[in-house]
Design a binder for this molecule. Structure first.
Ligand code: CP
Length: 355
């Protein structure tokens, strides 16, 4: 069985194939109207969502399938203390595939360890958001026409922005891609992402605090929201929230072929005047989410007999502990604490040696 926990669960060839299927769905929707007849998608959203949950729902309904689930954990037995793994044990008995969003990093990995059906990570805390990356990739494919030879500026909250981490993982596999990481010092890209996808892959990247000075060199500008809900210190959020605001005067210095992307929702980081600029593609990007998620559902249901990546291939190590307060492994009862290469397998953070 295959899951989609991390964008690297799909090879670049599989991503090309998903984009081809999504394109065919856009061109020939009638061909797919009964493709998932009789199948049920579970949507378990322990965190708020507009685009991801509704595009998954629309995707399954457009394939002739049904959807059940919750959009608020307060209406589930989570409030009675049920663990993520027990919830998944139950919901995977009632559905054929599950898309889940959870505030804790690694929750979809814990889910995949016990699920009877494929798990799709619809966002786990500040960690990863691979189906947003599918949406980003189809947009890059349609608007730029290539994945190689691109200078990509990623601007805003690179620390907590899970879409950023998954996008860097995906784009690091292509040739001659340069990343310009634009953020305040407090919101720089975490080391685990930098090490795994930029340094170990030998990618060209630079860090900057200044959007205006780098904008002329960019082929893609990926703006992101400062993730208010992840800040422990609300005063820090207030200080950083308007660090970057893209407006028409800044865009005067950008290439005419620039593609402006944003996973949305936006707060202040893109002025509404930019929406009418032909380089602004973020609403098309969100619209493509429905079709690429249709392709992903078809792929995962079709791959039920294929071997997927194991989600429990770490080792138990009583001398180490994960101290990331945002990791599910800290507070999920009964979850095996597992480590790989000195890192927690759930959140990828370096595990500390116990004293
Ligand atoms: N891009 C994204 O994940 O949006 P939602 O939070 O609305 O699902």
């Amino acid at each position: 069985m295959r899951n989609l926990i991390d964008i690297l669960d799909f090879s670049t060839e599989e991503l090309d194939s998903l984009i081809s299927v999504a394109t065919d769905i856009i061109d020939n929707p009638d061909k797919y109207r009964e493709a998932c007849k009789g199948k049920i998608l579970g949507t378990l959203f322990f965190e708020p969502s507009t685009r991801t949950r509704l595009s998954f729902t629309s995707a399954m309904m457009s394939l002739g399938g049904s959807v059940l689930g919750f959009d608020n954990p307060a209406s589930s037995s989570t409030t009675k203390g049920e663990t993520v793994q027990d919830t998944i044990r139950m919901v995977s008995a009632y559905t054929d595939i599950i898309a889940m969003r959870h505030p804790k990093e690694g929750a979809p990995i814990a889910a995949a360890q016990v699920s009877r059906v494929p798990i799709i990570n619809a966002g786990d805390g500040g960690h990863y958001h691979p189906t947003q990356t599918l949406t980003d990739l189809i947009t890059i494919n349609r608007k730029c026409g290539r994945f190689n030879d691109l200078t990509i500026g990623i601007c805003g909250d690179l620390k907590y922005g899970r879409t950023v981490h998954s996008l860097i993982a995906a784009m690091s596999r292509y040739e001659n891609v340069k990343f310009i990481l634009i953020s305040p010092d407090e919101l720089k890209l975490p080391d685990y992402v930098k090490e795994a996808y930029l340094e170990m892959m030998g990618k060209d990247y630079e860090e900057s605090k200044d959007l205006e000075s780098v904008i002329p060199s960019l082929d893609i500008l990926y703006m992101t929201r400062i993730q208010q809900e992840r800040f422990a210190d609300k005063n820090e959020y207030e200080r950083l929230k308007d660090s970057y605001i893209l407006n028409l005067s800044k865009l005067k210095f950008a290439k005419p072929t620039l593609s402006i992307l944003h996973p949305l929702p936006r707060v202040n980081e893109i002025d509404v005047d930019v929406d009418d600029d032909p380089r602004a593609h973020y609403f098309d990007q969100a619209a493509y989410g429905r079709y690429i998620r249709m392709a992903a559902i078809l792929k995962l249901l079709d791959a039920k007999n294929e071997e997927g990546k194991r989600n429990d291939d770490g080792v138990q190590d009583p001398t180490r502990e994960c101290t990331n307060p945002h990791c599910l492994s800290i507070d999920e009862r009964g979850l095996k604490k597992l480590f790989r290469d000195g890192r927690c397998i759930y959140c990828d953070q370096t595990a500390t040696k116990k004293k």
